[in-house]
Design a protein. Structure first.
Length: 257
C-alpha cells in the first residue's frame, strides 16, 4: 500500500451526530476506493492494520468491510484477503450527491457548464422546498451537465439567500462557467456542512423548447425529472430539479428487503 493511502486512511475519523462508527469507517475506505487511492484490484490491509490506522476496533473495521462487500466495492478471496473490486458499481440516487457525480463514473468525464448564478424571487414551488416565503430572494444556479463532450442533463438549484454560507456562494458564483461546481458541491464542501436527510422524486416529462436547445434535443423528447430536496438540521434547505436525457443511460436505485 502506498504512503498516500496510509496517510489518507490514518486521518482522524469525524462522525456526524447519530452516525455509527462503522459507517464513518466505511465512508473513509469507500472514498479511498472511489478516488483510486486504493486502486482497482489492489489488496486491502488486514483488519488489524486498518484498525490501527483509523484508530478504531477490529469489530468496527469488520462491520465496515462487510458493508463494502455488500455494496460491491470489495471482494474476498478465502485464505488470501480482501481486494478492491476490479470495476466499481455506480452510486445511485439513494444517497445525497451532486447530480454531476451521480451521472458520472470512474471513466466518464463530467463537466458543469454554468448558465446562471443569480439571486431571484422564490416561486410558489421553490419557496417551501428551501424554507422561505414566496418572492423572497434566493440563490438560483442553472447548469448543463456535459459528459464526454455531450450535454446529458439540465440542472436548476435553489437555496435561501440568507444562510451563513452566503459569502462563499457569492464567491463561487464568479467561478468559470465550464468545469464549475454545482451548488450542492459547494455547500457540501464548506466547513461544518452536514446536509441531510433528503429525498428524490422521480417523474417523466418532455424537454420543452428552452431546455431542449441546451441539451441538443427536440422539445417533444422525453426526459427523466429528478427533484431533489435536502434538509439541514431538520429544516428545508436545498431544492434542485434535474432533467436527464435518455442518452445519459441508466440510473440505479438500490433496494433492500
Amino acid at each position: 500500500m502506498t504512503d498516500k493511502a496510509v496517510q489518507f486512511l490514518s486521518r482522524p475519523i469525524a462522525t456526524q451526530p447519530g452516525q455509527p462508527l462503522r459507517v464513518a469507517a466505511y465512508s473513509r475506505i469507500a472514498e479511498a476506493i472511489r478516488t483510486k487511492i486504493l486502486p482497482p484490484g489492489s489488496l486491502l490491509p488486514t483488519e488489524t492494520e486498518l484498525g490501527t490506522m483509523m484508530d478504531v476496533s477490529r469489530t468496527v473495521i469488520r462491520e465496515a468491510l462487510m458493508l463494502l462487500e455488500e455494496d460491491g466495492l470489495t471482494r474476498a478471496r478465502r485464505g488470501v484477503g480482501r481486494f478492491v473490486a476490479d470495476s466499481l458499481p455506480r452510486i445511485g440516487i439513494e444517497h445525497i450527491r451532486p447530480f454531476d457525480q451521480l451521472l458520472g463514473g470512474p471513466d466518464q468525464d463530467i463537466q458543469v457548464k454554468r448558465v446562471a448564478a443569480i439571486k431571484q424571487p422564490a416561486s410558489e414551488f421553490v419557496a417551501p422546498g428551501i424554507g422561505v416565503e414566496p418572492d423572497e430572494d434566493v440563490w438560483f444556479w442553472e447548469s448543463v451537465l456535459i459528459r464526454n463532450g455531450e450535454p446529458v442533463a439540465h440542472l436548476q438549484e435553489n437555496v435561501a439567500q440568507k444562510i451563513p454560507e452566503a459569502d462563499e456562494l457569492a464567491g463561487a458564483a464568479e467561478a468559470p462557467t465550464l468545469s464549475a461546481s454545482t451548488l450542492l458541491e459547494v455547500l457540501g464542501g464548506l466547513p461544518g456542512a452536514a446536509l441531510g436527510p433528503g429525498e428524490c422524486e422521480i417523474s417523466l416529462s418532455t424537454a420543452g423548447p428552452s431546455r431542449a436547445k441546451l441539451l441538443g434535443l427536440r422539445p417533444s423528447d422525453p426526459v427523466l425529472v429528478l427533484t431533489q430536496y435536502v434538509r439541514r438540521n431538520g429544516s428545508p434547505f436545498y431544492l434542485a430539479k434535474c432533467l436527464v436525457a435518455a442518452k445519459a443511460g441508466h440510473l440505479s436505485v438500490i433496494q433492500s428487503s
